[in-house]
Design a binder for this molecule. Sequence first.
Ligand code: SF4
Length: 66
Amino acid sequence: MRISIDTGVCIGAGQCALTAPEVFTQDDDGFSELMPGREDGAGSALVREAARACPVSAISVSARET
Ligand code: SF4
């Protein structure tokens, strides 16, 4: 799994960090960023849920490493 966050689209709603706090966090300005070393999603079933929860669809999840 590969996760990317479009930081140009993120509005800092925080839904991702609420949904999958082991993978997403928020920076000092409230925008989403990945927890260090969790770019692969760490096997979390909540990552796709977090992507769905994002109101601006800033999170993309791909099945394969790219
Ligand atoms: S849910 Fe979407 S808009 Fe909100 S912080 Fe996460 S990536 Fe940004």
